[in-house]
Design a protein around this ligand. Structure first.
Ligand code: C2E
Ligand code: CA
Ligand code: CA
Length: 780
């Protein structure tokens, strides 16, 4: 808090207390009234000032809550000013204009909190939470009424209603705020306690004030009158530091859920206590009596209804989870084993290799632990396919798998990567020599002829590329790449032998370092640009674009797959990512100004950006600067990264601000689909690796179909990436895919080309691009 503000607040607080003390000490009734009102006016003024300071310094996510707090504080201040005028002119109607202003504050607070709560909770929690809120309000109304009942006849229905409304509206605001904290899973702070205490204090003070007024016992200059100022100060301080930050702590969120589940019990207890009070109270009025009974019964009905909804929700959730688990198992099998040989497939192998490398890293270099990969490729396998047909080719592959497995005798992990490529991983401390011996004996075992049914003995040799961790590569992916490089080197030099990867490594490492240095200057040098790849619907009409970064270095295009990992490893992705988003925003504004219908733009976001403090706010600021709305953008985040629990709050913030979220490269990560269900995403992008072989590979087809089935369960849209042929497109349409991206429709285009070939002028009708797909659409 700035120094000037500190002094101002301290001075005003001291003056408020001083005026209150003066009211206590004064003996003349007129002086007591004056000091009371002066003290209240100052306290309400201070409360509004603090709420305004809180609003100014609040983060964007909390703006609407702060607006509500400030508006409520201003209404109370306005009510007090009105009251002062009424006192000065000795005009004392009840209810009066001041009452209308005071009374509006509670509902403003309660409605603001409810609106924000419903925006932030999952859609299936909306009904139970509304019933919780409703039950709490009714129970409070019943309790308040029963307190007034013994006071006998109220002058009129209007007077009675206003008197009851005072405590009910403030206590409602307090209980709604207290309920919202666990319902949303907001981290508890002292400021929340102060706000709730302030609201409760207003409610109870006004209730007591009304009871005193009812019995004609109102006394200026009493201790009790100080409670209003105390409530104002608590609310002011609470508003000044108020923050509604979602908690990432799973244990805390679980406790929150337990608390929320106790709410119906609490409201039912309140209703029962009210009924007991009602029957023991004397002189109840029949209308009020009926009202209280009605409230209590409604509380019971709401609590029962809420429980019924929660039970049916749990049942639905259980069934969905069972379905997801079934799908997950199925997905696991087709995703991890090769149907032809029964061996682990590429994905399974990569997982196992990742783990082995991580283990070796943990054990440290002293342990001597190394990981070797041997990539075995059948020499001229295509000749077998072409001469004897694919069936014979398949038989040879099955035989080859058996021969390698027999030869290994349990040493190492064998997998089939695809086509005629097999991979062996050795994950213990092997010397280069031992690995070489194994490779040599494997190559030799392939010298024996193959007995293929109907074809007879055939000679098909093998070549092996070898790469070692940590000597040749720092990670699993590079290890595999290096084995490929070594294998290619043998293929170039005549086959039938093995080779280690050594020289290539140094050359590539130097290249990467040079790239890193140049990437630092790329932004300033204006070497970066964005291209936009169209995304189309089933009729091949434009439905969005994906912004893709391009780097032109000395006249050569550096592929993003080469420079993005470097940017991520060096942290440069943060300024680069910001530049990408800013450029996309500006481009959208330019298209808009030129009269084009601006497509929704998907932008790739790296987790390193997502972990930046205030990341969501910075994106929102860029969007506003360009005069666009968050809903004009989809943020694409890679599957494996988005499932990290610690990023959950950042994702919720982005969604809350209005950005759409998409899971990129779906299928390549290790999705726990149950976790996925909790995420605020609206879209899955099937990785192009699955789409590319969808026509030939039954596994990939199965995976795509399962992903679609899952997406339907989770109510997500599916975007298929890397669609290159009409046949792939037709298959995906048949599976129920909604959107498509790929070279069949267009490559990524510079903005001018996209504008000329794809964008429509606002107001113009967009003709379908592929009429033949109308028929497909009509069938779906
Ligand atoms: P991605 O997000 O999966 O982007 C899609 C990639 O698939 C693009 O490659 C695109 O050109 C390519 N593609 C689209 N259709 C087809 C097709 O029909 N066939 C084939 N074979 N490929 C197709 P690109 O532009 O090379 O980008 C590669 C990756 O680099 C992206 O993969 C993304 O992960 C990353 N990337 C690109 N721009 C950015 C960026 O601005 N920020 C971040 N963080 N990453 C980016
Ligand atoms: Ca992407
Ligand atoms: Ca992708």
């Amino acid at each position: 808090m700035p120094q000037a503000e500190k002094w101002l607040v301290a001075g005003c607080t001291a003056l408020t207390v001083g005026l209150f003390a003066a009211a206590l000490l004064a003996s003349d009734r007129a002086a007591q009234v004056f000091f009371d009102n002066a003290s209240w006016t100052l306290a309400f003024l201070l409360s509004a000032f603090l709420a305004w300071r809180g609003r100014v310094q609040a983060s964007v996510v909390d703006h609407s809550l702060h607006n509500g707090l400030l508006l409520g504080a201003l209404l109370i201040l306005a009510g007090q000013l009105m009251w002062n005028v009424q006192v000065a002119t000795d005009w004392n109607p009840f209810p009066s204009p001041a009452d209308a202003l005071f009374l509006a504050a509670g509902p403003v607070w309660a409605l603001t909190v409810m609106r924000v709560t419903f925006q932030r909770i999952a859609p299936d929690r909306v009904y139970p939470t509304s019933l919780d809120f409703g039950g709490a309000v009714l129970a409070l109304l019943a309790v308040t009424l029963v307190v007034y009942v013994p006071s006998g006849e109220l002058k009129s229905a209007l007077v009675g209603a206003v008197m009851v409304l005072y405590p009910v509206s403030f206590l409602t605001a307090a209980s709604v705020t207290a309920l919202a904290v666990p319902s949303v899973g907001v981290r508890w702070r002292l400021s929340h306690g102060l706000i709730i205490a302030g609201m409760v204090c207003y409610g109870l003070s006004w209730m007591h004030w009304n009871l005193l007024a009812l019995h004609g016992e109102l006394a200026p200059g009493s201790w009790f009158n100080g409670l209003f100022s105390l409530a104002a100060l608590a609310l002011g301080w609470g508003s000044r530091y108020f923050q509604a930050e979602l908690s990432n702590d799973a244990a805390y969120r679980h406790r929150c859920e337990q608390v929320v589940n106790l709410v119906p019990l609490a409201t039912m207890l309140m209703a029962s206590a009210t009924l007991w009070l009602l029957f023991t109270a004397a002189g109840a009025r029949s209308v009020v009596y009926a009202l209280i009974l009605g409230c209590c019964l409604l509380v019971l009905v709401l609590a029962a209804l809420r429980q019924a909804i929660v039970v049916s929700l749990l049942e639905r959730l259980r069934m969905a989870e069972a379905a997801i688990l079934r799908n997950e198992e199925q997905l696991y099998h087709v995703a991890h084993f090769d149907t032809l040989t029964g061996l682990p497939n590429r994905r399974y192998f990569e997982d196992a290799l990742d783990q082995a490398v991580q283990l070796a890293v943990q054990q440290g270099p002293q342990s001597g632990q190394c990981v070797a990969v041997l990539l075995l490729d059948l020499d001229h396998f295509n000749n077998v396919n072409e001469t004897f047909g694919h069936r014979t080719g398949d038989k040879l592959l099955v035989e080859a798998a058996k021969r390698i497995a027999d030869h290994l005798q349990g040493r190492g992990f064998l997998a089939r990567l695809g086509e005629d490529e097999f991979m062996v991983m050795l994950a213990r401390s092997h010397t280069r020599n031992e690995v070489a011996q194994l490779a040599a004996s494997l190559v030799e075992s392939f010298m024996q002829p193959w007995q293929l049914p109907g074809v007879g003995a055939q000679f098909v040799g093998a070549s092996i590329g070898i790469s070692l961790f940590p000597d040749d590569a720092p990670d699993a992916a590079t290890l595999v790449r290096n084995a490929h490089t070594a294998l290619n080197a043998i293929k170039d030099a005549g086959r039938g032998t093995y080779r280690f990867y050594i020289d290539e490594f140094t050359r590539q490492a130097q290249g990467r370092q040079a790239l890193r240095r140049r990437l630092h200057q790329a932004l300033q040098a204006g070497e970066l640009s964005l291209e936009y790849q169209p995304q189309v619907g089933r009729r091949q009409q434009l439905v969005g674009v994906e912004a893709l970064m391009r780097w032109r270095l000395d006249g050569r295009m550096v592929p993003p797959d080469e420079f993005i990992p470097i940017a991520e490893a060096s942290g440069l992705i943060v300024p680069l990512g910001r530049w990408v988003f800013e450029t996309a925003c500006r481009q959208a504004a330019v298209w808009d100004a030129a009269g084009f219908v601006v497509p929704v733009i998907s932008v790739n976001i790296s987790t390193i950006q997502l972990r930046e403090p205030q990341f969501a706010q910075s994106l929102l600021a860029l969007v506003h600067e360009a005069g666009r709305a968050p809903a004009d953008f989809v943020l694409e985040i890679t599957e494996s990264e988005l499932l990290d629990e610690s990023l959950y709050a950042a994702a919720v913030d982005l969604r809350h601000m209005g950005f759409a979220l998409s899971i990129d490269d779906f299928g390549t990560g290790h999705s726990s689909l149950i976790k996925l269900k909790r995420l605020p995403v609206g879209e899955l992008k099937i990785d192009k690796a699955f789409v590319s072989d969808i026509c030939e590979d039954a596994n990939d087809r199965e995976i795509c179909a399962t992903v679609h089935a899952l997406a339907r369960t989770l109510q997500l849209e599916v975007v298929a990436e890397g669609v290159e042929t009409q046949a792939q497109f037709d298959l995906l349409v048949g599976m129920g895919c909604h959107r498509f991206q790929g070279w069949l429709f267009a490559k990524a285009l510079p903005p001018e080309a996209l504008q000329a070939q794809w964008l429509q002028r606002a107001g113009a009708q967009q003709p379908p691009r592929g009429d033949e797909h109308d028929a497909i659409d009509a069938c779906i």
